[in-house]
Design a protein around this ligand. Structure first.
Ligand code: SAM
Ligand code: SF4
Ligand code: F3S
Length: 419
């Protein structure tokens, strides 16, 4: 028996790409192992969004190098990699491939023929669990935010065939997957002769079954109001909108090449909250971007307090080679100050959540269980809140109803009520 191990860094797009890599490896007879030392082949799927994320790759490559002294093991890399990093990595690994060329993987590994498919999206993913299905609807990005590597690593936007997406969703729902995620760097710019993103969302929501439908990420510049009405009228769409804002300062947004203002962002959120009951908003924020003054930072902090965000994915700015910011703007917020702003915003978010979460006390919610250790369980509500509870009845991947009996800043606590 030959074994494969895939190490995935980065976002849901990379997770789904890894699931397609797994399909190809299994078609070649490899079996999955989570134990690196047992593997005959290791694939590292790379994220370059921040330097720290990229540097973690070297740790894995080093481990495989040590194993090479005692066994025959191959290491290959793919994912979001800048051309300049490809040159360095190529010398350290056995092979490197572009995910769009996944059909060539059999040739790279064992000189077998390429797989006979057009697009790599036509390879059915071997989902890593049996309740969450990530379904990419587009890849790449045309936005060139001045800090971001994605347009350089994933290339220009490319929308996937709508029928193929709908089929993949139908199949996952029929198999009993409970969380369906439509994913892409900018789902709102999905383009197809027949479907806009709102049409596609509505079409998938019409598939019968017991599941939740989510999507991510939306760009405020491309967000259209018809999405709000599809969300409002949906049978499966969750009341969770991930709308990355990045900064609370219009000046910083301009420098980031994010073509919207804070007023426009507030307007979208207001309209969405008016229409969609119990809507939760999650966002991405970068602190310490080039030229972010103390006043700009404080504007972001005030903005967060006003918006009462439920979830924030908070990052410290990391200069990325080849991007506009790295070539043309000064990375002038010190390492120490980035860290300070990051901790300060985290503290603010905790305070907001502590207050926000009080409204959930003594309410009953349907959750999907995503972790169970003994009878200690973690479930997630349709709007993304995590509830801790005890039960020996439930299993990972099932829905159940929980009554919230305690609210904290990051988590809720509750008790099992019923299925
Ligand atoms: N397309 C999405 C959007 O427009 O918001 C985001 C995709 S990006 C891969 C994920 C997040 O990584 C961004 O929203 C941003 O907050 C963060 N990010 C991207 N480049 C970064 C950088 N150079 N330093 C720190 N964080 C960064
Ligand atoms: Fe990166 Fe901006 Fe594209 Fe998002 S929209 S992937 S942040 S360039
Ligand atoms: Fe990283 Fe690529 Fe996603 S750079 S965040 S894995 S699109």
């Amino acid at each position: 028996m030959k074994y494969y191990n895939i190490v995935t860094f980065g976002c849901q797009m990379n997770v789904n790409d890894s699931e397609r890599v797994a399909t190809v490896l299994e078609s070649l007879g490899f079996l999955k192992t989570n134990d690196l030392s047992k593997a005959d082949i290791v694939i590292v799927n790379i994220c370059s969004v921040r330097q720290q994320a990229f540097d973690r790759v070297y740790g894995i490559v080093q481990k495989v190098k040590k194993l090479k002294k005692i066994k025959d093991i191959q290491v290959g890399v793919t994912g979001c990699i800048l051309d300049s990093d490809k040159k360095i990595l190529e010398k350290k690994v056995d092979f490197l491939f572009n995910i769009n060329d996944l059909k060539k993987l059999p040739k790279l590994i064992s000189n077998k023929n390429e797989i006979d498919i057009g697009d790599y999206f036509s390879i059915k993913p071997r989902f890593f669990n049996d309740y969450v299905a990530y379904i990419p609807i587009m890849t790449g990005c045309n936005n060139f935010c001045s800090y971001c590597v994605v347009p350089y690593t994933r290339g220009r936007e490319r929308s996937r065939d709508a029928e193929e997406i709908i089929q993949e969703a139908k199949l996952a729902i029929q198999k009993g997957f409970k969380e369906i995620w439509l994913i892409g760097q900018n789902v709102n710019s999905y383009k197809n002769e027949k479907y806009s993103f709102a049409d596609l969302l509505r079409e998938i929501d019409n598939i019968p079954g017991d599941y939740w439908l989510n999507f991510s990420s939306s760009h405020p510049k491309d967000f259209t109001l018809d999405i709000i009405s599809v969300m409002k009228n949906g049978k499966h769409i969750t009341p969770l909108l991930h709308l990355p804002v990045q900064s609370g300062s219009d000046k910083v947004l301009r420098d980031m090449n994010r073509p919207y203002t804070i007023d426009k962002y507030i307007d979208i959120v207001k309209k969405a909250k008016q229409e969609i009951k119990d809507l939760c908003i999650s966002t991405d924020i970068i602190v310490g971007f080039c030229g972010e003054s103390k006043e700009d930072y404080l504007q972001t902090k005030e903005f967060i307090k006003d918006m009462k965000f439920d979830i924030i994915y908070l990052a410290q700015y990391s200069s990325r080679k080849g991007t506009y910011a790295s070539e043309n703007l000064k990375d002038d917020v010190s390492f120490f100050e980035k860290k300070r702003r990051w901790h300060d915003l985290n503290k603010t978010l905790k305070e907001i959540n502590l207050e926000n979460n009080k409204k959930y006390l003594n309410q009953e919610y349907r959750v999907i269980v995503f972790e169970k250790k003994g009878n200690n369980c973690l479930g997630k509500t349709s709007f993304g809140k995590i509830i801790k509870f005890k039960s020996d009845k439930v299993c990972v991947g099932c829905f159940c109803n929980i009554l919230v009996n305690k609210t904290l800043s990051l988590i809720l606590e509750g008790e099992f009520v019923s299925w």
